[in-house]
Ligand binder design. Structure first.
Ligand code: NAX
Ligand code: K
Length: 518
């Protein structure tokens, strides 16, 4: 897992390194500049082979904050490497920070060329050192014009720390923003580089170690408030299947799903749970679905019984409940959701509440009392809007804040599905997901996710290692994204379907097994 920080957390870390560890600010700046210049040089060498770089011309646009100081140092390093490198100062030089002023003096001593009226399309690389984590308001006027010129230029574009104009905490565009091909960010990814639209503006993101001291690495306040993103190497921590296990010990999933004329969602969710390694899956549905479901998915069991005795038997049997795919919001769907939500909570079973399960909850907020620490809610933006009464654009302005609020209110684990899915719980554990692609925005994708979450919960059933429910949910979201990435590779983002993601699931889980064998 890698840490993701907010701008204020990053500033605290910078401050701590400088003032508590006595590392001079200029040392950090030099390391930031070295890392960025190195990435630019690598790009140029890839483009030109090891041949000469005479045709290259680099313009670094610098603000007067420390992001500008990084920029000036980058321009100097490239100049000293014999590459044509020029500086353009955006903003009022009288307002330069002490460090940036220092960088300016060094650059002037080395006679780094300074442009006053650059011809934008003469450059092969444009570097954005205007604003970093200090951006605090909308970009307007002269700055906006400059950024628009930079965007229109045909050059390769590299951003220092974060593209100017992207809000480092929310990923929102403040007025306008630099459209980078490459962003070299320092110490940790910033939230705004993970969330959209910021992530799209950042291009390829490289995290450079610049020697920031993080006393919070293990457990104090900043670490517990930081966000995390799961990466491929974390999959080796997935519990291995015990050689002496059987289908009963690998987890039993009860799926309360499907309604008359609606069996597809139940089928996808059940199929994902089975491909994800759940030992047994039973679908509690309506009798009309028996023939299609049993023909489509003979591995799953099916029951259409719905009375106190049968329900209790099924609830006792299962380890994990999924409630909602294709359930419908009226009639038997509502009754089935209420019975299993209420009694699942009383029995302390983990419940994944998805799709129509969430829509029914939105219509009956009094049932929120059955949501607890063992409940995972998996709304997409539309369902979240119905649950919390805010419209989708309000949610998208700051999805993390809205997710925190709802997790706190509901007491459950919230999986807020979007291009960057946010997972959080009432303890403010926060995960931002970086796997997946836009091809996954297709019918049935959410049903697949609920099945994968159920299967990941099953993996941990006979495992001694304690993991929080939010971590397991985040891991499932990450796996789901990898399935989407494989499906896109095979079928392309237009043609891939939810079924392709399920087909990719064994391949993804095999990767975990290979990794854990070392
Ligand atoms: N010593 C440190 O603190 C380090 C800082 N580093 C760099 O410094 C950056 C942060 O530097 P700063 O905190 O100086 O902040 P920035 O360089 O991001 O700029 C902030 C300045 O811009 C102004 N500003 C903000 N939004 C504006 C807007 N929309 N229009 C016009 N002016 C606006 C602010 O009032 C402030 O003066 C990081 O992103 C990173 O690139 C790195 O060099 C590593 C070490
Ligand atoms: K920048």
């Amino acid at each position: 897992m890698k840490k993701v920080v907010t701008c204020s957390q990053m500033k605290l870390l910078d401050h701590g390194t400088i003032h508590n560890m006595h590392v001079p600010s200029l040392v950090l700046m030099e390391r930031a500049a070295l890392a960025t210049a190195e990435e630019i040089r690598k790009y140029l060498e890839k483009k030109n082979g090891s041949g000469n770089l005479k045709k290259e011309r680099i313009l670094t646009v610098c603000g007067f904050g420390n992001n500008g100081g990084d920029g000036i140092a980058i321009a100097r390093l490239l100049h000293l490497a014999g590459i044509r490198s020029e500086i353009y100062l955006a903003g009022n030089p009288d307002k330069m920070t002490e460090e940036t002023r220092h960088q300016w003096d060094i650059a002037m001593s080395y006679q780094v060329p300074v442009m006053n009226n650059p011809v934008w399309d003469e450059y092969t690389v444009i570097v954005d050192g205007i604003f970093g984590v200090g951006l605090s308001r909308e970009i307007t006027g002269n700055y906006k014009e400059i950024i628009d010129h930079m965007n229109e230029a045909p050059a390769y574009k590299a951003a220092v720390d974060i593209p100017s104009g992207i809000h480092g905490d929310t990923g929102a565009v403040l007025g306008t923003a630099f459209e980078a091909d490459l962003t070299v960010t320092f110490a940790y990814k910033k939230r705004g580089l993970c969330l959209y639209p910021g992530r799209a503006y950042a291009g390829r993101t490289v995290v450079a170690d610049i020697g920031i001291y993080d006393r919070d690495r293990d457990g104090s306040e900043l670490a517990s408030k930081a966000a995390w993103h799961i990466e491929k190497s974390d999959m080796k921590t997935l519990p291995a299947r015990k050689p002496w296990g059987n289908k009963g010990t690998f987890g039993k999933v009860l799926l309360v799903a499907g309604s008359k004329g609606m069996c597809g969602a139940a089928c996808l969710s059940a199929s994902a749970a089975l491909h994800g390694g759940a030992g047994m899956v039973k679908i509690q549905t309506v009798e009309e679905n028996r023939i299609p479901l049993q023909s489509l998915l003979p591995e799953a069991m099916l029951t259409s019984e719905f009375d106190e005795e049968a329900n209790k038997k099924n609830l006792n049997w299962c380890d994990v409940l999924v409630i909602g795919p294709g359930l419908g919001t009226e009639g038997s769907g509502k009754e089935r959701m209420l019975w299993f939500l209420e009694n699942g909570a009383k029995a302390g079973k983990p419940v994944i509440l998805d799709a129509d399960g969430l829509n029914i909850l939105a219509m009956h907020p009094q049932w929120m009392k059955f949501i607890g620490e063992q409940t995972i809610l998996t709304p997409h933006m539309g369902e979240m809007s119905r649950l919390c009464g805010l419209n989708v654009s309000e949610l998208k302005e700051d999805p993390v804040a809205r997710a925190y609020q709802y997790a706190e209110k509901s007491g459950g684990v919230l999986v807020l599905k979007d291009a960057c899915t946010v997972v959080t719980d009432r303890n403010e554990k926060l995960y931002l997901n970086l796997s997946g692609n836009s091809g996954m925005a297709t019918a049935g994708s959410g049903d697949v996710l609920s099945g994968i979450i159920a299967s990941v919960l099953c993996m941990y059933l006979s495992c001694e290692e304690e993991r929080e429910l939010s971590y397991k949910a985040a891991m499932a979201v990450y796996i789901h994204g990898l399935c989407g990435d494989i499906a896109r590779e095979k079928k392309g983002s237009h043609g891939m379907t939810a079924k392709d993601m399920i087909e990719a699931l064994p391949e993804v889980l095999k990767l975990a097994e290979v990794q854990s064998k070392g």
